[in-house]
Design a binder for this molecule. Structure first.
Ligand SMILES: *[C@@H]1O[C@H](CO)[C@@H](O)[C@H](O)[C@H]1NC(C)=O
Ligand SMILES: *[C@@H]1O[C@H](CO)[C@@H](O)[C@H](O)[C@H]1NC(C)=O
Ligand SMILES: *[C@@H]1O[C@H](CO)[C@@H](O)[C@H](O)[C@H]1NC(C)=O
Length: 372
């Protein structure tokens, strides 16, 4: 595996060297953007509440956040994003020179046949496994099915030939951020689900990873080539999980919850490397969001989060913010917006690290991915 990663990195580096000669030095690649440059034709998004940009507004579900104080720092107010401002995907979209990625369910049939800068299929409360979803939700399978419709029905209205669609899709970026609910709603809820009795953590992780792999392969078959797959954060540190366990942990986080999630993350890392080698012309990068976030949860003040892991808003039993309550004054000082979701600042730092940095996304960052 090590040898493989090394050879892969070498290949990518070589490729990048060739591609970037003449228009950008390696140094320039590290620079922030002046804006205006369009680095990819489209951004397609799949996942859960961490990246939902409003799909759940159109579903019968309690997992809906189109009310204040959500969006208090967002230009358009509450939109169905699960934090005070932007998601990591919003930052990535704007750095790619693209508009915010609209939620699929919010598009009229006419808009669907015109949208060529990407669509967001992510849905709060959705999981990799259908049964992990709560309420009306778009499971990953349904999200992929909607994308299938986009490719087969809508994109042919925009592009004249199949070759043009293939070329467009091969240059587009696909972000996938899902799996937290397969733990939070499912595996870590033995009173509601059998999964922890049926599967040990390794087997459950293997089940999730093989499902995720199947769906990523479907996206590839439909034309996707450039993938960014997010690992899970330390869900055992989220205020909701910490407050759920009795007795309270002595540490800031519920470590056995974190350790089962880490098994999944390791599996995703290996699986994405494997897919890059078996799916011709594909590049999968994975975003390591666990390590840094875990350190921030252990030592919030060291990272400038004086509010620590106390949620910024007043949360109800649903773990979401209660409507119309005034949130904390300094959103940037908190790690969490509600009992599950990070504040915009955390999303910015993850997006920034993955887009331009060298410590969040592997084996290359999104900027490099865009230039391939
Ligand atoms: C979530 O959606 C899936 C379909 O995508 C459905 O099978 C599942 O029952 C839903 N969850 C709940 C609790 O309704
Ligand atoms: C749990 O497992 C038992 C026995 O296998 C089964 O009867 C029951 O329906 C399962 N419950 C859930 C929530 O899946
Ligand atoms: C897309 O949809 C078509 C027709 O509904 C189906 O035959 C095909 O298997 C789907 N492709 C993928 C990759 O899911």
């Amino acid at each position: 595996m090590k040898l493989f990663s090394f050879v892969f990195t070498l290949l990518i580096s070589f490729f990048l060297l060739i591609r970037t000669q003449g228009f950008a030095s390696a140094e320039a690649l590290k620079l922030p953007f002046q804006g205006g440059q369009v680095l990819a034709p489209a951004l397609y998004v799949f996942g859960d509440s961490l990246v939902d940009s409003g799909n759940n507004n159109y579903l019968q579900t309690l997992a809906k956040v189109n009310y204040t104080p959500y969006g208090v720092d967002f230009r358009n107010g509450p939109t169905g994003r699960y934090n005070n401002g932007k998601t990591a995907v919003d930052f990535i979209a704007s750095w790619l020179g693209l508009p915010y990625v609209p939620p699929y369910l919010g598009l009229s049939e006419k808009q669907k046949r015109k949208t060529k800068t990407g669509i967001n299929y992510a849905s709060g409360a959705a999981g990799i496994l259908q049964e992990s979803g709560t309420g009306d939700n778009l499971s990953l399978e349904e999200q992929v099915n909607y994308f299938n419709k986009t490719v087969k029905i809508d994109l042919p209205k925009i592009f004249k030939t199949h070759q043009k669609i293939s070329k467009y899709l091969s240059k587009s970026i696909f972000v996938i951020s899902i799996g937290s609910n397969d733990y939070i709603n499912n595996y870590l809820q033995p009173a509601l689900y059998n999964s922890s009795k049926i599967y040990n953590p390794q087997r459950y992780s293997a089940l999730l990873v093989s499902n995720l792999k199947k769906h990523l392969t479907s996206l590839y078959k439909l034309g996707a080539r450039k993938f960014v797959v997010f690992e899970l954060g330390p869900v055992g540190c989220t205020p909701a999980i910490v407050s759920r366990v009795t007795p309270k942990p002595n540490t800031p986080c519920v470590e056995n919850a974190n350790s089962v999630v880490k098994i999944f993350n390791f599996g995703v890392t290996k699986m994405t490397q494997e897919l890059t080698s078996i799916l011709k012309g594909s590049v999968f990068i994975y975003a390591d969001v666990f390590k840094k976030s875990y350190q921030e949860n252990l030592h919030p003040t060291r990272y400038g989060f004086s509010g620590g892991n106390t949620p910024c808003c007043a949360v109800g039993v649903s773990t979401l913010c209660l409507p119309n309550q005034t949130p904390c004054a300094n959103r940037n000082a908190h790690l969490y917006w509600d009992a599950f979701h990070p504040v915009q600042r955390v999303n910015y730092e993850i997006a920034n690290g993955c887009f331009k940095g060298s410590t969040t996304c592997f084996p290359i960052n999104i900027l490099q991915l865009a230039y391939i």
